[in-house]
Design a protein around this ligand. Sequence first.
Ligand code: NI
Length: 406
Amino acid sequence: MKRNNLLETIKQLANEIKDTTIRERRYFHQHPELSFRETETTRKIVEILTEIGLTDIKSGFKGTQAGVVADLQGDLGPGRTVALRADIDALPIREENPRIDYSSVNDGVMHACGHDGHTAALLGAVRVLYQLKDTLAGRIRFIFQPSEELAEDSGAAAMIEEGVLDGVDAIFGLHLWSPYETGIIGYNKGCMTASSDKWTVEITGRGGHASSPDLTVDPIPVACNFVNMLQNIVSREVSSLERVVVTAAKIQAGNAFNVIPDRCVVQGTVRAFEMETRKMVSERITQIAEGICSAMRCKADVDYFFGLPPTVNDAEFSLMAAEVARELFSGDKVKECEASMGAEDMGLYLQRVPGAYFLVGSGNQDKKTHYQHHTSSFNLDEDVLPSAVSLLSSVATKYLTNHSND
Ligand code: NI
């Protein structure tokens, strides 16, 4: 089969199953589950994979019943292994989408990031690739990953630990993206998302009556000074050409207007792209906290947690994905995108195996699917699902055919 014919075939197959993909996406949307509790979602995915004809299926990771990995072997013999990854978890948000008849039935839980669409699109790719397996040499591994939303308890980390990347030569994934208009494909030759670290500073003084501050060591003004001093790290100590965020996002102290508390806890995050910068910032946060506390008679306990790494694409694979997208859709739909300061545990796979992560626009003002991710009104323009299915299927086949003679 000629290359272009193959892409045309993929596009056609993806369009033929559009109704199924949308129906499945709505099922997942209606039954959202929180991170590492995606039991029903997992059961449904396994059921669909089995129905399609896959036999090599493993489910349940990190001692839970969440997450699925399944392999499809091409009929033309062994070869490379390419992985396609989708995340499957939802968020603790109460859905406010009165217009749709498939709103969440799990109160307070919602697919507000589009992972329902990712799951359905990957299942669509399984359907398409299963029909093409007699044209393929090599293996495709489908990763349905739980817990993307919990940075501190990453599903990618758990799956990698349990071997999902063993034997994998390349990996691809996508995120449906409401800030982009439906059908726009965003690719990036390097950093796609930043690292995400979490820090906690506990400032301990000595509490007492609010009317006698002189008899106490008040941790609250110390915490305020600390938060102000933090602002100097990015503005005065990091090169203006580098992108770094230091945010204090949470301050907790006290219970009453007339009691000075013993302690104040400040918590926040650091986003960056370079390990060296992360280390420098973590040291400066510690020094600033300890310095201010010692000057102000308090004690500082600093905990800095190096969380997710940045998501860094392989330039060659990104360009390959972009080329496939241009062949599938019109060239003006494909654009190079900026790195985001958000985080994504896709970076953990890409640290170990080369590949690419890309964005697929799902925003449409008329259909009200342009609201931000992680909000109660978020929704997807389902018309983009066949494009997501074709893109995933095409990058996998392109990778395998490019390497069929290795
Ligand atoms: Ni997401």
